[in-house]
Write a protein that binds this ligand. Structure first.
Ligand SMILES: Nc1ncnc2c1ncn2[C@@H]1O[C@H](COP(=O)(O)OP(=O)(O)OP(=O)(O)O)[C@@H](O)[C@H]1O
Length: 254
């Protein structure tokens, strides 16, 4: 049997100790099948970013175990790409060089990395901006470049921490639909952290709803909407029904 792309078993995370200790997360059990897109939705401060940092291998759990592709997860890996809310492009480097950054970090063969970077820039509508500096890009374009960079090492798993959070509503929707299309073509596993119910449904195969801190899983909704999803998806009766169910749960007392 193919192992889960990601698996969390009894994971908790505490910060600090004594009177100032914070129980941020868990215990949490979660299993994500290879190739699926899971959206995690929850109130502010429920531990969503903490969850993402654990899965990225940037932090260790206080208790419990994490497994990636059936193996113990013990640190960051080139098999996992991360996109954060604030693009982290270097202002002095060209868009192409920014996208190529993981090639230096992971020692990828330069020529192949360059051709993959150009391909990704092409696929995300940024080919004409490869030689420009990030300041000449709009917010949405900077996030597209950040996606290209995360995808450069061809990661098996893409982690998205509110990647559209700083964008205006129209750019947000456009970029989520583009990401949905790109993800469909790449067939990779994705974990999206978001506050936005619509984005969670539009992108996800599942929407995992978390409780207030300490974040635990309150519900796990299957999003059985056909793909590819587009601007019309949000007006379908099934989409509206899932949205109603999630809203009802979120606005109930935890
Ligand atoms: N390094 C840290 N030290 C102490 N407390 C922390 C640390 N990181 C997070 N926390 C606390 O853990 C809890 C969860 O934080 P986290 O950022 O994961 O939540 P979140 O759901 O991503 O929040 P938001 O949606 O507002 O971004 C919060 O109470 C936060 O103050």
């Amino acid at each position: 049997m193919t192992p889960a792309a990601l698996e969390l078993l009894g994971v908790t995370r505490h910060f600090g100790s004594g009177a100032t200790a914070v129980h941020a997360l868990g215990p949490l059990d979660l299993s994500i099948a290879p190739g699926s897109f899971v959206s995690v939705l929850g109130p502010s401060g429920c531990g969503k970013s903490t969850l993402l940092r654990l899965v990225a291998g940037l932090e260790a759990p206080s208790e419990g175990r994490l497994r990636r592709g059936g193996e113990a997860l013990d640190g960051p890996s080139r098999r996992v790409g991360v996109v954060f809310q604030e693009h982290v492009l270097f202002p002095w480097a060209s868009v192409l060089d920014n996208v190529l950054l993981p090639a230096d970090v992971y020692g990828l063969p330069r020529a192949a990395a360059r051709s993959r970077a150009l391909h990704l820039l092409e696929r995300t509508g940024l080919a004409d901006f490869a030689a420009q500096r990030p300041h000449s890009l709009s917010g949405g374009m900077k996030q597209r470049a950040a996606f290209c960079r995360a995808l450069l090492p061809d990661p098996e798993i893409l982690l998205l921490d509110e990647p559209f959070g700083a964008l205006d509503a129209l750019t947000r929707e456009e970029l989520s639909l583009d990401l949905s299309r790109l993800w469909g073509e790449l067939g990779r596993t994705a974990l999206l952290i978001t506050h936005d119910i619509e984005e969670a449904i539009l992108l996800g195969d599942r929407v995992v709803v978390m409780s207030a801190r300490p974040g635990r899983i309150r519900a796990d909704f299957a999003v059985d909407l056909p793909r590819p999803r587009g601007v019309d998806t949000a007006s379908s009766p099934r989409y509206q029904e899932i949205k109603r169910e999630i809203r009802a749960l979120l606005f109930q007392r935890a």
